[in-house]
Write a protein that binds this ligand. Structure first.
Ligand SMILES: NC(=O)c1ccc[n+]([C@@H]2O[C@H](COP(=O)([O-])OP(=O)(O)OC[C@H]3O[C@@H](n4cnc5c(N)ncnc54)[C@H](OP(=O)(O)O)[C@@H]3O)[C@@H](O)[C@H]2O)c1
Length: 301
């Protein structure tokens, strides 16, 4: 069967990358998925900081499109080891941009709502970023590297959830641990978030990739994609409790800024640019989280 074209996907073993990989495969793209520690049978093992290996992979495969999803995305981890995170989030992105430019591949860079400071939402795709923490700053530095190449796009997404290998893998699913334990625990009821299912982003990126083939120029620049349901972490846990009929009485809502790396208060996106060119199909949080968490329910006695 004829394929739509070749896509090279970095971070294909990650929370988001796994869904992008599946969506592209299902839609007849020839996908090469790269992974680091979880590379193996289906995914090609490669360190993005091994520039020689990356050059070899790129020149052999000659992708029409590169989707760059790999990153260190945990703000507290980035804050603690900035140099290491800079290597993956910025230096590797600069090198990938150079390779895309040499080969004429269109580059799609996955970025984050954390490039904004959360003080004046909703944020349009062309609003000026002003990150509050090092993670946001490094992702913005990655955006700048990518933007030096005309045939590129930046796709910013908010907090993610989706099928996970462990509950710790997403900042959303990890909250389920506090709900399952009956111990009293504080839960942030302050910062406003827009949790988005990774599959919805995979479906969007498949459509986006198709558009790159037909309308390359339109695809250039920054895009916002994600959900519009506004929830604090406490609201998310209440919804988890509702769908599984669990008690949330032991959780204590905290109505002040979260600790650790500084977090934006409300980075709501304006999606008008995206909606002008694409259909946005968004899974409701209750439906999405129910399917994702079901495998982690304790066995019934
Ligand atoms: N998660 C969120 O809530 C969120 C929110 C907004 C934006 N984003 C953005 O979305 C993108 C995907 O995030 P995610 O949640 O899917 O991250 P993730 O689950 O932590 O996955 C990170 C990926 O990067 C790969 N990787 C790590 N070090 C590497 C290296 N040296 N060379 C090559 N690959 C390496 C990992 O490979 P192995 O696992 O095989 O080692 C993994 O596939 C990121 O750009 C992130 O900034 C995420």
């Amino acid at each position: 069967m004829a394929t739509k074209g070749k896509v090279l996907l970095t971070g294909a073993s990650g929370l988001l990358g796994r869904q992008i990989y599946q969506c592209l495969k299902k839609s007849s793209w020839e996908v090469m998925g790269l992974a680091y520690s979880r590379g193996g049978e289906e995914l090609v093992k490669a360190d993005l900081l091994d520039f020689e290996k990356m050059r070899e992979i790129m020149t052999d495969f000659k992708p029409a499109i590169v989707i760059h999803s790999a990153a260190e995305r945990r703000p507290d981890k980035v804050q603690k080891d900035e140099d290491k995170a800079r290597g993956l989030n910025v230096t590797a992105t600069q090198e990938l941009t150079r390779l895309c430019q040499e080969l004429g591949s269109f580059l799609v860079y996955i970025s984050t709502d954390y490039v904004f400071d959360g003080t004046s939402p909703p944020y349009r795709h062309d609003d000026a970023p002003n990150p509050l923490n090092t993670y946001g700053q490094l992702k913005l530095d990655g955006e700048k590297a990518v933007s030096s190449y005309i045939d590129s796009a930046i796709v910013r997404v908010p907090i993610l959830y989706g099928p996970v290998e462990t509950l710790d893998e997403s900042a959303v699913t990890i909250l389920f641990k506090a709900l399952l334990s009956n111990d009293p625990a504080p839960m942030s009821d302050y910062e406003k978030r827009y949790p988005t299912h990774t599959r919805d982003i995979g479906v969007f990126l498949e459509a986006f990739s198709s558009k790159v083939l037909t309308d390359r120029e339109i695809c250039r620049g920054s895009w916002h994609f994600g959900g519009s349901e506004v929830l604090t972490k406490y609201d998310m846990v209440l919804k988890m409790a509702k769908v599984f009929k669990l008690s949330s009485k032991h959780l204590i809502p905290v109505r002040e800024p979260s600790g650790g790396a500084p977090r934006p208060f409300n980075n709501e996106f304006d999606y008008s640019q995206t909606k002008k060119h694409f259909t946005m199909d968004i899974t409701s949080f209750e439906d999405g989280i129910k399917t994702v968490l079901e495998p982690f329910l304790p066995p019934k006695e």
